[in-house]
Design a protein around this ligand. Structure first.
Ligand code: AMP
Ligand code: MG
Length: 418
């Protein structure tokens, strides 16, 4: 007799239950700002200085006193030259200072005339300029503090550091940053059919064997999420070996991630091994691709706390999409980041879907040149070409058919992979 099927759980409910088990990791680390790309800031970053630190010119040109134009005088004596990195002298009425981009505005000056608007008059020894137009006070001056004010919180704890954030931190003089600990993740693959690329030539694959592809994209995804990854290979087909591998992994990792072997009624050693070492929940999530999902916790013998266990479905597209929707929020939360809600774009469908699936479906899709959304013709959960062709997923509610021109929710992969 087949076992009665567990009722399907909505994705939102599954994610809520999953995240309820996750607490941010306690450790922090000091890293060089230069090496901090993709890390998560552990503390608010408060500026100890003004940026820019002083009023400076945003143009190559002449620093002037706009009050000199009251007498509509437009010919000025050039009495000094101020390159970037040098301080000028106070400017008196009737004078201009040759100035370069980034150089401090001299006292008395309140505007910069760009060199294109100044005509240099050759008057024998004395340099004079004639200015076209009337400069307004403040023009071409970058004010002290216009970027950052002293005491301002420029980046909040929980911010994921990217190129712009690192540049901003460096502009405050910060050579090191305190960041959240990296989640330590152990990656296992399951399945007797799996062969590692490189172990067997493609032409000599045994019948029924397939290459292990999940390992490659899961590791890349984990790295993008700032994790430290231990690749523990393919789980052996011996129960005792599986138990000892998991036991060891639990001691030194925050998360053990497997793919494959979570389908109903499947023969494999991971599920009973996790049960023997801790606790395992098997969920059927109302999503496609995806559906079978396992969450568990493994006791540690020699270290404090427990290791989280997540078992993803084996089909490559299911594994990938379930990672984005379920594992990514876990990794964010472990690093102290509140997982953000999905922010789909509403875009017109340039395809028809006669019959929506019973489950919430995530269709591999991309934008065409006219701004409409097209879907990959083969949406099977084993077809990795759909992920490469696609630029994102259409999030389609259960049972919903789609006609050309309907607005659909499109989530670009860049939202997840940035
Ligand atoms: P399972 O979830 O173990 O029943 O696997 C579902 C499908 O995914 C089967 O066709 C497996 O061969 C395939 N599969 C499982 N693990 C991997 C993997 N690491 N790489 C590629 N395909 C896999
Ligand atoms: Mg399997």
């Amino acid at each position: 007799m087949p076992l009665p099927r567990a009722p399907l759980m909505s994705l939102d409910e599954a994610l809520g239950r999953l995240l309820a088990h996750i607490q941010p990791l306690s450790g922090t680390e000091s890293v060089a700002t230069y090496e901090a790309d993709r890390r998560v800031l552990a503390d608010n970053l408060v500026s100890a200085l003004q940026v820019p630190a002083f009023d400076n010119s945003s143009m190559d040109g002449y620093a002037v006193r706009s009050a000199d134009w009251v007498q509509s005088s437009s010919v000025l004596r050039v009495t000094q030259r101020i390159p970037a990195g040098h301080m000028g002298q106070a400017l008196s009425s009737g004078e201009a200072a040759r100035i370069f981009t980034g150089a401090p505005i001299p006292p008395g000056a309140d505007a910069v005339v760009m060199q294109e608007d100044a005509e240099v008059l050759d008057t024998g020894g004395l340099t004079q300029i004639r200015v076209r137009g009337v400069p307004s006070p403040g023009q071409w001056i970058r004010r002290s503090g216009e970027d950052v004010q002293r005491g301002a919180t420029v980046l909040a704890a929980g911010t994921r550091l990217g190129p712009a954030e690192l540049g901003l931190a460096a502009s405050l003089g910060l050579a090191r940053l305190t960041v959240a600990a990296r989640p330590r993740v152990a990656l296992f693959s399951t399945g007797d059919e799996l062969v590692m690329p490189g172990d067997v030539e493609p032409a000599h694959m045994p019948p029924g064997a397939i290459f292990n592809s999940n390992r490659f994209f899961l590791k890349a995804l984990l790295h993008r999420m700032g994790c430290e990854v231990s690749d523990l290979g393919i789980v052996s087909d011996r129960r005792d070996a599986t138990i000892s591998a998991l036991k060891l992994a639990a001691e030194h990792h925050d998360l053990i991630l497997t793919s494959g072997g979570v389908s109903v009624g499947e023969e494999d050693h991971v599920k009973p091994a996790v049960q023997a070492l801790g606790h395992l929940d098997l969920w059927q999530i109302s999503m496609k691709p995806g559906k079978p999902f396992a969450y568990g916790q493994l006791r540690r013998l020699n270290a404090a706390g427990k290791a989280h266990f997540v078992g993803l479905p084996g089909n490559p597209v299911s594994s990938f999409v379930t990672f984005l929707l379920m594992v990514r929020p876990v990794l964010l939360k472990l690093q102290g980041v509140e997982p953000p809600a999905l922010r789909p774009l509403r875009l017109p469908a340039h395809f028809d879907l006669a019959q929506g699936d019973k489950r919430r479906e995530f269709l591999r899709a991309r934008r065409n040149r006219s701004g409409g959304i097209e879907i990959f013709p083969n949406q099977s959960s084993g077809v990795l070409t759909s992920m490469v062709w696609g630029e994102g997923l259409v999030d389609n509610p259960p049972g919903q058919s789609i006609s050309r021109g309907d607005l659909v929710d499109f989530i670009p992969f860049s939202d997840w992979l940035a």
